[in-house]
Ligand binder design. Structure first.
Ligand code: ZN
Ligand code: ZN
Length: 323
């Protein structure tokens, strides 16, 4: 019964957003904030999937990870292992599967294994049989065009799976060469859902990307025509993971640009936190919870409940093949 007025407002707001984006004024940022406050119940009804969480993140236990999921109003979360621990978090796929058996309602188990080992594909297939839903987080010190990464993406394509990739250019980075190599995979493998994450992924929201040695977290106005803006529009098999400091930095550096980006790609963006805090309040993490901070920001930017529901929930279901 409340459908009609919501639908009506949505259409009006959509037109409003489109016109303000075209006008590139700060009004597009301020107005949805006021609207969201008028109707907080609409947003509260939207279920949330966090597409990026780790157990063992800053020593967080399984129990505290579940506490984080519940405290942040999250329904379910992709739990991503990192078997080589190259980024500082070491989490075995088996630990994720064990946690999944204990908390099947909250945990969506992903798997990951050392791609340098000759039996990696067999391991991944075993995790597939054991109930894992995708590969990630793929974060090893290898260039993106390494043949072993190609084989891993090919297997995900065969399994009809998503893969979450940490893109970080420069020395000591991971999957370097996003600008040179990502599009080749998108063309070659069309079933796999590639989920882009981390610094160099987000630096390419802008057409102007500083060298990684200078900064991995560029700030200031976004120059339209960035790589990921184009690839997200052109390839149905590409998605973006909004998590971590990199996602938040990219979305908040130029809010007028972000309004249009959210509008263009609301069917391709996945809410995620990569938050290491234990209580949803950031008690052990400088008082910041990445999940709560991003939820608040997205609610302030996206006033159309349908689009917000895509970002918070439905896109995650789509990459899992559940929608
Ligand atoms: Zn992560
Ligand atoms: Zn948190």
């Amino acid at each position: 019964m409340t459908r009609h007025p919501i639908g009506k407002t949505t259409a009006t707001r959509r037109q409003f957003l489109r016109s303000t984006v075209a006008a590139v004024t700060t009004a597009s940022v301020v107005a949805p904030l006021a609207d969201a406050d008028e109707n907080p119940k609409q947003d509260d009804a939207i279920p949330i999937i966090d597409c990026h969480l780790h157990i063992n993140h800053m020593g967080r236990s399984v129990k505290d990870t579940i506490t984080h999921i519940r405290a942040t109003g999250t329904k379910r979360a992709f739990i991503l292992p990192l078997e080589t621990g190259e980024g500082g978090v070491l989490l075995k796929s088996q630990t994720v599967l064990d946690a999944y058996r204990e908390y099947p309602d909250e945990i969506i188990p992903f798997c990951q294994s050392n791609v340098r080992k000759p039996d990696v594909l067999e391991r991944i297939m075993t995790y597939h049989r054991l109930g894992c839903r995708g590969v990630g987080e793929q974060k090893e010190h290898l260039p993106l065009n390494d043949p072993r990464i190609d084989k891993l993406i090919a297997l995900c394509d065969e399994l009809d799976w998503p893969i979450t990739i940490h893109f970080q250019d420069g020395k000591g980075g991971y999957n370097q060469g996003i600008a040179e190599h990502l599009e080749k995979y998108l063309k070659k493998y069309q079933k796999v859902r590639i989920i882009g994450h981390a610094q160099s992924w987000w630096a390419h929201i802008s057409a102007e990307v500083p060298p990684p040695e200078k900064t991995l977290y560029p700030t200031g106005p976004v120059k339209p025509g960035g790589l990921i803006d184009r690839l997200l529009a052109d390839y149905p098999n590409l998605y973006a993971d909004l998590s971590a400091g990199s996602g938040y930095n990219a979305l908040t550096r130029d809010k007028d640009f972000t309004a249009g980006f959210l509008e263009r790609h609301h069917r391709k963006l996945l809410f995620g936190s990569d938050c290491p805090c234990r209580d949803g309040k950031g008690a052990n993490f400088r008082g910041v919870c990445y999940s709560m901070r991003l939820q608040k920001f997205l609610r302030s930017m996206v006033d159309d409940p349908t689009k917000l529901a895509n970002i918070f929930y439905h896109n995650a279901m789509r990459v899992l093949g559940e929608a």
